[in-house]
Design a protein around this ligand. Sequence first.
Ligand SMILES: NC(=O)C1=CN([C@@H]2O[C@H](COP(=O)(O)OP(=O)(O)OC[C@H]3O[C@@H](n4cnc5c(N)ncnc54)[C@H](O)[C@@H]3O)[C@@H](O)[C@H]2O)C=CC1
Ligand SMILES: C[N+](C)(C)CC(=O)CC(=O)[O-]
Length: 325
Amino acid sequence: MPSPPCAPDRVRRVACIGAGVIGGGWVAHFLARGYDVTAWDPAPDAETKLRRLVDAAWPALEQIGLAEGASPDRLTLAATLEEAVADAEFVQESAPEKLELKRSLLAQLDAAAPEGVVIASSTSGYPMTDMQTEATDPGRLLVGHPFNPPYLIPLVEVVGGEKTDPAAVEWASAFYKAAAKSVITMDRELPGFIANRLQEALWREALHMVASGEATVQDIDDSITEGPGLRWAFMGPCLTFALAGGEGGMGHMLDHFGPSLKSPWTRLEAPELDDSLRTAMVDGCDEAAGGRSIAQLVAERDQGVINVLRATGRLPDQRNEGGDK
Ligand SMILES: NC(=O)C1=CN([C@@H]2O[C@H](COP(=O)(O)OP(=O)(O)OC[C@H]3O[C@@H](n4cnc5c(N)ncnc54)[C@H](O)[C@@H]3O)[C@@H](O)[C@H]2O)C=CC1
Ligand SMILES: C[N+](C)(C)CC(=O)CC(=O)[O-]
């Protein structure tokens, strides 16, 4: 892979390809951190939807602190993919999660982006090895997996494929850090990376409990928000469980509770996502929403995340990493 045109902390112009929930969230994040952003999305109503998403996110972004010069006015909508990446210094792809689409789109982006520019995919689980098959320069393609909404949840998981140049992985990790993200750089590909592998285990069990009538959607959500979720916002599951061992820490915890790992609690296959389970999940979520619209829930979620980030000293200004451009 030829060298990237600039150092990770000198990037000024970012291209976001695909502008739905996640692409739009990336756009809001990069704008708030003071970048010039060019977006491209083939949907006819993409610009309206994207500007609506950015406007809805902006109060939250003002609350956590904008980089100097940050403005929604620094967003440009491109007419073509080629135009979007023509002078980009970094490209974030957030198109639908379909392997064939990702393969050909990443090859198109590779053909159009300036030499050496790193191209990251937001994929939730495809290994880059499976997506970089059609590109001429696969060395610059890697995964940068964000969390919803990317403008508030700090984590990005960065991992390359078999043909990715390790220098591109290093460059992307440094770039995301300069853009005020919290980065886990993985040295090998795992299906679902780290966080989604963990989330999917929990999700699989939740769907089993709803499908079998053992718990309602509300029970499942309360069991996390009123229970382990409160601890997980600042202490991960390993250290949290070490405290379950009292003075004996993780050693005693494993000796005491380890044998229960053999109990048949969590060895289920994924449940069949049939109509009845789909209906139970959709109806349960409608009930849990209690008449609140998606826009209201998004605003509530954003405020909740900001409160947690502030309480635990993790807002960009509290970390002294503004990523100002
Ligand atoms: N929704 C989530 O919570 C998360 C999603 N992701 C990943 O982000 C990516 C995007 O997912 P969402 O934003 O949820 O989907 P979405 O459906 O909200 O947005 C996808 C966007 O891509 C556009 N699009 C369709 N064909 C395209 C093409 N050929 N080139 C460029 N754009 C195209 C669509 O018009 C749409 O605006 C996926 O890879 C997904 O796995 C990652 C983390 C979280
Ligand atoms: C639902 N999802 C698998 C697309 C979620 C993610 O990939 C990350 C997140 O935001 O939790």
